[in-house]
Ligand binder design. Structure first.
Ligand code: BMA
Length: 344
């Protein structure tokens, strides 16, 4: 089948519809009968498939948040230049998207044509939405912007020096300071990487850096995450600590394999790891995860939480090509992390 016309790629090239007063619905499917997996895939993944718009090669590793009557997304979008930019999308159901053809522009900053932008995360803190992403500024580092309305965007200073990736803000101040996870890296494909955390009084000056979690090693429970790790969605505050979903990478004879894991961090001192999965929650197995522009990648960047029904919808990029959704019950996921924990 022509990939341009797969069912998954048709839905979101049309303007997202719905009655004028339609309200958002939570993206959800129950665990398939017969499965005991703690995280399971949406059965019509990818929700944004190959060649989703004319001249667009792929949309993946992207962030989704509830906003207004529906959801807003900041997408990593690559046209056939393969140069990544951030584009805005809107949806009522979190699955079918209307996506802007032009990248996000900043009211106070002219984007340099060499400023690539990828792997965004979005979080609301005290009524303002902050976007963090990996931006190219003489090498990758963590870039920041904020918006009140998803119409006007204000660029902030970069948080760190190059090289750094996977900057993920906590959804509230802790001890009076903003807190961000990140993963110091190199200018290439980074065959190493541990998760750190930094504090800021103002979203501009970052310091008080702490090591949070190291990559794994040669032990059971560390193998699948032995090459590098990086924070994924915005951490979720729970009674048992901050739930941090992350990616763990193993280097195989055929290259890196990116899987999904989870950890619990102390609520007041989030650099203290309370529990951490000794096994992955999701690893590339579906066709759209094992084949694509970069095979064998599941890369979570966002999660929606429905506390009333204990439901979690996790957005992840698959094979650096398309956007997928997986589901879990938050309570079960926390129990799973505690039951299968290894801390090192
Ligand atoms: C990482 C980032 C991600 C990407 C992954 C796999 O270093 O570039 O955007 O999904 O590699 O290619």
């Amino acid at each position: 089948m022509d990939p341009v016309n797969t069912p998954a790629s048709r839905s979101h090239s049309a303007t997202e519809g719905g009655a004028p007063n339609a309200r958002r619905s939570f993206p959800w499917q129950d665990r398939p009968r017969g499965s005991s997996d703690v995280v399971w895939r949406h059965d019509r993944n990818p929700v944004i498939g190959r060649r989703p718009l004319p001249g667009v090669q792929g949309i993946y590793n992207s962030a989704v948040v509830p906003f207004g009557a529906g959801y807003v997304a900041v997408f990593r979008l690559e046209k056939t230049t393969r140069f990544p930019r951030l584009h805005l999308g809107r949806s009522l159901d979190g699955l079918s998207w209307s996506i802007d053809e032009e990248p996000i522009r900043f009211a106070n900053h002219e984007t340099d044509p060499s400023d690539y932008a990828y792997d965004p995360r979005v979080v609301e803190i005290e009524g303002t939405h902050y976007i963090s992403w990996c931006g190219g500024h003489n090498g990758p580092t963590i870039s920041l912007a904020r918006t009140a309305d998803f119409h006007t965007f204000e660029r902030l200073e970069n948080a760190f020096l190059p090289f750094n990736r996977n900057g993920v803000l906590f959804p509230r101040r802790i001890g009076g300071r903003y807190v961000m996870l990140s993963r110091p890296s190199d200018n290439g494909h980074t065959p190493f990487g541990d998760i750190y955390l930094s504090h800021s009084p103002d979203m501009v000056h970052w310091g008080m850096h702490r090591l949070v979690m190291r990559k794994g090693g040669d032990h059971v429970g560390q193998w699948w995450q032995r090459t590098k790790i990086g924070a994924g969605p915005i951490p979720i505050e729970t009674r048992d600590g901050w739930l941090m979903i992350y990616h763990g990478v193993i280097d195989t004879c055929n290259g890196f394999v990116y899987s999904m894991g989870a950890a619990l961090l102390d609520l007041d001192e989030p650099w203290r790891v309370l529990a951490r999965t000794d096994r992955h929650l999701l690893t590339p197995e579906a066709d759209y995860e094992v084949s694509g522009h970069v095979p064998n990648v599941v890369f979570p960047c966002a999660a929606l939480h429905d506390p009333a029904a204990d439901r979690l919808a996790i957005y992840y990029g698959a094979a650096d090509t398309c956007t997928c959704v997986a589901y879990a019950h938050l309570g079960e996921l926390i129990d799973f992390v505690k039951r299968h924990s290894v801390v090192f």
